[in-house]
Design a protein around this ligand. Structure first.
Ligand SMILES: NC(=O)c1ccc[n+]([C@@H]2O[C@H](COP(=O)([O-])OP(=O)(O)OC[C@H]3O[C@@H](n4cnc5c(N)ncnc54)[C@H](O)[C@@H]3O)[C@@H](O)[C@H]2O)c1
Length: 333
């Protein structure tokens, strides 16, 4: 648990709801909050396409209340939000490709259900503090780097459009209804409990799986720049955003250590692993159409306003993640 203990006082004994809490980032958040003595509940549909996995709660399962439920099931939402002090709203359809082949599901989860969650809060718990997981995908192909929060929103896929809507509803409810909501625009987040089964969440997951299974990694393109946030740093940003009054109604980018090309990332992973190979390949045509090119975030706003900064270097982040999956891979494939 990396979040500083001075944050813990804000959460001890508090009632927390995490949508998507069996997934990668949500479960890391749950683990930290349980460590702080919070009373954590989770709503997660555990669909096989997403990163939800009961194994993510190993060691804390008895201290977390899990509702296997779908945020699209709006009549159930009031009961989940009632009486909670904080909502970390992370349930989402995360695959960019799936959003193009099944746009309706992405719309229903990332847009329609987000409005229903906010309506449940407005009617049944309007004083709850909310932090929403938005994404850098909403910027599309950057006009300039690093990308700050003022960059135009011009997504390259359906997922980006629906995440804009989800984020915008949270900010609207803050402005108009006085709901204390904040949105964080996450960049590629990596760490223990990320989905490694396939590339639905991030290509890094499937690279890790292939390395550990002694298979070569496919690097598409290779020259694209990306930044990566280690999951503990992302968790700290959620906790800070939830506790600072100046975060209400605001949206912040999260970034990470200096960006690297995908080829440099593959080289680093192979060197940390001590063995492995990768092949640089042409981008598959259907992926090329929705590729955003180079991206890295300007995360100075959250630094200035909330004092957040990424603490974990990329090498350490990859080393922790590889070490986790060396022990745990069988529970995640
Ligand atoms: N991981 C990243 O790099 C990244 C980057 C940008 C934004 N995000 C956002 O962060 C959030 C969490 O992402 P993650 O990486 O932990 O993904 P994840 O797939 O591991 O977690 C999402 C969780 O939401 C659950 N879920 C999906 N649809 C649901 C539904 N209809 N009802 C209830 N639960 C549902 C899934 O079962 C899963 O456990 C998402 O909203 C995602 O858009 C993540």
């Amino acid at each position: 648990m990396a979040a500083p203990s001075n944050l813990s006082r804000s959460f001890t004994g508090k009632r927390i709801l995490i949508t998507g809490g069996l997934g990668f980032i949500g479960s890391n958040l749950a683990r930290t909050l349980v460590g702080f003595g919070a009373r954590v509940s989770i709503v997660d549909s555990l669909g096989p396409e997403y990163g939800g996995n009961r194994r993510n709660l190993a060691g804390i399962a008895s201290r977390v209340k899990v509702h296997v439920a779908d945020v699209r099931d709006s009549p159930r939402l009031p009961r989940f939000v009632q009486g909670q002090d904080f909502l970390f709203n992370l349930a989402g359809q995360t695959s960019h490709m799936d959003s193009m082949t099944d746009p309706q599901t992405d719309l229903d989860i990332n847009c329609r259900a987000q409005l229903a969650i906010l309506e449940a809060c407005r009617r049944h718990n309007p004083t709850m503090r909310i932090v929403f997981a938005s994404t850098r995908q909403i910027y599309g192909r950057p006009d300039y780097l690093p990308v700050d929060e003022k960059h135009p929103l011009r997504p390259v896929d359906v997922n980006g459009i629906n995440k804009i809507a989800g984020e915008a509803y949270h900010l609207l409810y803050a402005r108009v209804h006085g709901i204390a909501a904040t949105a964080l625009r996450l960049t590629n987040t990596i760490g223990p409990r990320m989905r490694v089964k396939d590339a639905r969440q991030t290509f890094v997951g499937v690279w890790i799986r292939r390395l550990l299974e002694n298979q070569p990694i496919d690097v598409w393109g290779g020259r694209q720049l990306r930044d990566f946030t280690y999951v503990d740093d992302a968790v700290e940003a959620f906790l800070l955003a939830a506790t600072r009054p100046e975060a209400v109604g605001e949206v912040f980018n999260l970034g990470g250590p200096p960006p690297v090309t995908l080829q440099q990332l593959a080289e680093m992973l192979v060197s940390i692993n001590g063995t492995g190979t990768f092949t640089v390949r042409e981008f598959p045509a259907e992926r090329k159409k929705i590729d955003i090119g180079d991206y890295y975030a300007d995360d100075r706003l959250i630094g200035r306003k909330l004092g957040w900064k990424p603490r974990t270097g990329l090498r350490a982040a990859l080393a922790h993640t590889l070490a986790f999956y060396r022990e745990e891979l069988r529970n995640y494939v």
